[in-house]
Structure formats: structure tokens, C-alpha cells
Ligand binder design. Structure first.
Ligand code: PMP
Length: 426
């Protein structure tokens, strides 16, 4: 029988270390919010393959839609022979777009590719080069994605200088205020680049990898105004926040601010590689034919999966479910925080079911404890709970459990979370 240890040694020998692994646990099969490893051990999945499985592992409707598509055709390349699932999915996302007016949507395969193309579209529409992003942001590992990402280690370390024309503003978390972020923007416009040379500002409505920090509404409103005043394209990166996780279809809807372009991926296709850019039609049409696309971009299998995902979100009322689930998870964490035998917990937060909290050195303090955070995720995996950390100080525990999780599986997972918080103490 294959076991985790022998697979891990094969993996170490065959695969470079640059692609990290959270745990040396090899998946064998999965169902909704449960995964079994190659040794038959069962895990409750609070990671969802990093925010990909809002509709769970192998939702029956998604699997059925994919099977049906497999029996028709699997690839023609949309640029060669187009197909209906791509067009239908674009139509459905255009209706869901979090802004008023006409929308158009184009598809790719990965989140980073969506970000790359949003920037290309913004540059084509404005004829300008500059892009502004935020510290702590994560926008992908391709050259432009990495350049926009606001964290050096591990994402930019050893990879040289990023793309030219990219600027970072301090994201308002911790001791940085919204006023300070906006002041930095004023300085940027004075010192480094005139607003008339900026194509886009890109922001995650809730920073994902950066630690589940919501962008304050006042910041989003101010950015909207700056973009309107200077003809800059506002891009909402909804790759981690999208598709019901925050209790809305898109996280930016919580602010009432309307972006110009929206990048989507992850939970869009329930486990199949698909990403896209949804945007205002006039901006989306700026690039010349042939300038956008990709051989596999908008794979018919992934489009079929995504159409089923949108049905499931609607039929199973996952927007409401996200809010109820988030309250339950936050309640359980707050209860654990009251105990005096867990690691020190602070800052339970997050809209909908995009829930996170920090592990700190002392109860009531705010000094990050990355070591204790690691102990929590290690204790969790040993007890059969897949739990992810994140955050610029690596001390945030984030919960991305499928929104379709069964009540008893959620309860069991929350019990394991509490046990891990106790086990990691000391
Ligand atoms: N943007 C955000 C907000 C993300 O969370 C991620 C992935 N964690 C990406 C972009 C990149 O997506 P991918 O890994 O599919 O390229």
C-alpha cells in the first residue's frame, strides 16, 4: 500500500521545494467537507483547497455537469471553435456583476492569469502603464501577479525586481489608518507617478493571504473617487472573496462601492481550473482581437462546472448559509477564546464565512505568535482537521470550510479546532 511517508520521499526527490506543502498528507478521495488520505485516515476540510470549494468537494451537480460535458467535447480552444458553455457562463456572470451598466466577461485558467489580463485590459482602455496595489496584498505568482503582491518573503524573494510601473500603498491594518493610506497615495502622485499615467488600482475587498483583513469602506469609497477623478480603472480582486464566501456573491458588494473590473477564479468552478475578468463592457472591449485569450482559457469542462456551481449557490441559498455558518464558526472561536487553556486568541473577524483570528503571544496583547500558529495547524492535522494559516505575520488562522458542509461535520471540525488550540498551548 502507498503511504504518506513513501509518497513524501518520492515527492521530495521528484518535485522542487519551491512549491511548498502545508502538510505531508496525500489525498486519496474527498466528499463535500471531508477528505481521506492514502492511508485511509479521514480529515475534515477547513481549507477547501484554498477557497476553491465553497460548494464542497465533488458536489453531485458539478460532477454531473462535468460528466455530461466530457461526453460531448473536452477542448476545441475558444479562439478556434467557440462553444455555448463559455458564452452562457459569461452571460450569467454579466448579470451578477457588482456594478450597474453593461458587462462583459472573458475567461482564463488561473487566478494569476485573471490578474495579468485585468491589468492588460486596464492598460488597453486607458493607454497608461501604472498600477497601484497594497502592502499585504496577494495577486498571484506570475511576473505581474508577483509584482503586485505586497509581501516579499516568500513570494518575491530570489525572483529579482518586479515589473516596472507598479506601486504599493500601505494597507490600513494594525496601526495604519485609512487617512495614512490615502496620504501615501497623495505622496505617490507627487513623488513617483502622475495620476494621468496610472491605468489601475487593484485591491482585494478582504485581503486573503494577507490575513483576512477587510478593506475599510472609507478606503474603497475614497479609491472610487480617485479613480473617477483621474480616469483610473478600479479592479476588485475577488479571487478569494468571490462566490458567496462573504455572504454576498462578491465581497465588494458589502461596501456599496462599484468596481470597473473584477477578477474571479477559485470557487467559480468548484475545483476545476477556471478564472475570469468581469468588467464594464466599454473597458472590456478595449483590447484588439487576438490580444487576449489562451489555449486552455475558459475550458468547456470548467465552464460546465461553473454553470453548475452558480445553480448550487442559488438553489442551496449559499449566501444566507455563509452568514449563518460564519456566525457559528465565530461563536465557537469566541467560546474557545474564553478558556484559559488555549493559545492566546485575538481579533476574531470576517464577513460571512470568511472567518479568521490571530494567535498572539499574550492574552489581551497583539504581538503575533507564528510559532504557536504553526503548532495549531500541526495539532489540527494530526487530529484530522485541515486548517490553514495566513497573514503577513503568519499568525492568522483562516477558515474556508465548504459552505455546503453538513451541520454535524462542521460541529466535529469546530471541536477539533478547539482541541488544536488547547494542544498548541505551551
Ligand atoms: N488573487 C487572490 C486574491 C488570491 O487569493 C490568489 C490565490 N491565493 C490569486 C490572486 C492567485 O490565484 P492562482 O493561485 O489561481 O493563480
Amino acid at each position: 500500500m502507498t503511504d504518506n511517508a513513501s509518497l513524501q520521499s518520492r515527492r521530495v526527490a521528484a518535485v522542487p521545494r519551491g512549491v511548498g506543502n502545508a502538510f505531508p498528507v496525500f489525498a486519496d478521495r474527498a466528499d463535500n467537507a471531508e477528505v481521506w488520505d492514502v492511508e485511509g485516515k479521514r480529515y475534515i476540510d477547513f481549507a477547501g483547497g484554498i477557497a476553491v470549494l465553497n460548494t464542497g468537494h465533488r458536489h453531485s451537480k458539478v460532477v454531473a455537469a462535468v460528466r455530461e460535458q466530457l461526453d460531448k467535447y473536452t477542448h476545441t480552444c475558444f479562439q478556434v471553435l467557440p462553444y455555448e458553455p463559455y458564452v452562457e457562463l459569461a452571460e450569467r456572470l454579466n448579470v451578477l456583476a457588482p456594478f450597474k451598466g453593461d458587462a462583459k466577461t472573458i475567461f482564463f485558467s488561473t487566478g494569476a492569469e485573471a490578474v495579468e489580463n485585468a491589468v492588460k485590459i486596464a492598460r488597453a482602455a486607458t493607454g497608461r502603464p501604472g498600477v497601484i496595489a497594497f502592502t499585504g496584498a496577494f495577486h498571484g505568482r506570475t511576473m505581474m501577479g508577483m509584482s503586485l503582491t505586497g509581501k516579499v518573503a516568500p513570494y518575491r524573494k530570489k525572483f529579482g525586481i518586479g515589473m516596472p510601473g507598479i506601486y504599493h500603498l500601505p494597507f490600513p491594518t494594525g496601526d495604519v489608518t485609512v487617512a495614512e493610506s490615502l496620504r501615501a497615495l497623495e505622496f505617490l502622485f507627487r513623488a513617483d507617478i502622475e495620476p494621468g499615467q496610472v491605468a489601475a488600482i487593484i485591491i482585494e475587498p478582504v485581503q486573503g493571504e494577507g490575513g483576512f483583513h477587510p478593506a475599510p469602506v472609507e478606503l474603497l469609497e475614497a479609491l472610487r473617487k480617485v479613480c473617477d477623478d483621474h480616469g483610473i480603472v478600479l479592479i476588485a480582486d475577488e479571487i478569494q472573496t468571490g462566490f458567496a464566501r462573504t455572504g454576498k456573491m462578491f465581497g465588494i458588494e458589502l461596501s456599496g462601492v462599484e468596481p470597473d473590473l473584477v477578477t474571479v477564479a477559485k470557487s467559480l468552478a468548484g475545483g476545476f481550473p477556471l478564472s475570469g475578468v468581469i468588467g464594464r463592457a466599454a473597458i472590456m472591449d478595449a483590447a484588439e482581437p487576438g490580444g487576449l485569450g489562451g489555449t486552455y482559457a475558459g475550458s468547456p469542462i470548467a465552464c460546465a462546472a461553473a454553470l453548475a456551481v452558480l445553480d448550487v449557490i442559488e438553489e442551496e441559498k449559499l449566501l444566507d448559509k455563509a452568514n449563518r455558518l460564519g456566525e457559528k464558526v465565530k461563536g465557537a472561536i469566541a467560546k474557545a477564546a474564553q478558556r484559559n487553556d488555549t493559545v492566546a486568541i485575538s481579533g476574531v473577524r470576517g464577513p460571512g464565512a470568511m472567518v479568521a483570528f490571530d494567535i498572539v503571544k499574550k492574552r489581551g496583547g497583539n504581538e503575533p505568535d507564528a510559532e504557536a500558529t504553526k503548532r495549531v495547524t500541526q495539532a489540527a492535522i494530526a487530529d484530522g482537521l485541515v486548517l490553514l494559516s495566513c497573514g503577513v505575520h503568519a499568525n492568522t488562522i483562516r477558515i474556508l470550510v465548504p459552505l455546503t458542509v453538513e451541520d454535524e461535520v462542521l460541529e466535529e471540525g469546530l471541536g477539533k479546532l478547539e482541541k488544536a488550540l488547547i494542544a498548541a498551548n505551551g
